[in-house]
Design a protein around this ligand. Sequence first.
Ligand code: BGC
Length: 347
Amino acid sequence: MSIEKRFFGTAEAGDVYCYVLDNERGLSAEILDMGGIIRALYVAGADGTKTDVVLGRTGIGDYETNDGYLGALIGRHANRIKNGEFELNGAEYHVGINEGRNSLHGGVSGFDKKIWEANAFDGAEPRLELELVSHDNDEGFPGTLTVNVTYTLTKENGLRIHYRAVCDKDTVCNLTNHSYFNLGGHSSGKIYDQVLQLNSGFYTPNDDEGMPTGEVLSVTGTPFDFRAPKPIGQDINADFDQVKLVGGFDHNFAVEGRGFRTFAVASCPKTGITMEVRSDQSAVQLYTANMLSEGEYKDGASYGTHNAFCLETQCFPNAMAHSHYPGPVLNKGEIYETVTEYVFSVK
Ligand code: BGC
């Protein structure tokens, strides 16, 4: 319906632009060409009021110097790799260590810090096409990987993220988007009353470094059971080891079924906004912003712990170390392709 391009700021990597996409249903996205960061996502209510449902930072410097990956595309390997090492075809690879002794979200300078080539296309379903070439040995990963991500605002009132990648060597690839959702509005505080339903009967418990232990456990009778809708706050402070370990939820859930399907449905009783998450991936990380630093963010808003939830569609974390986990290997010339959609409706 309409597209606008504005200068956003100058990062170490170069000038950063913000693309504003609008669809005819009143959904509006502000996306940076650095990291493909979704800086704002406005959902229109029946009375025309717009609610920005994602957290964001103020200026480009804030995105560069702070962690948290707010709204960013994550790669080459989303989530954790223990000791930053893995074996592929008998060779050992060492990738960027940036969290204790482990690698998180692509290493020291992941895809979230890179400026992507961007092309915007208007129409009934406006879209932004992004391309990044990650060279051989980028953060230690093998092969030159060409990544294409397309953000589309759909007629159904969704944000579709289409990921495609191809490499000239065997490599690992696990891409996601790290948006922090608050369906009450980005500055509305804790998400305790927001209701989540997640189609998962199994989750992977973590060790004390947030690393999956290799186990796959049933959610039955635990705070991890979101199969029936429940307020996120109901068990977020539960007296349960895995919850206490991370101060909420920060876990990988195996999602029922195969193919493109509904992963989760979240809603906010106050705004009436519902978000359905669909994907063809095998798993999703539910992260309830346990570590989000307190401070000032975009539009002068103050955020802190539990002010948002992330649903990061992915393959299982640290899967190179656990052969029973669906893993990230991408063979030379093979096409990595995956789609995730966040679809909005308002009651
Ligand atoms: C991780 C968290 C981490 C957050 C921000 C999530 O995907 O699982 O442990 O704190 O990203 O880096």
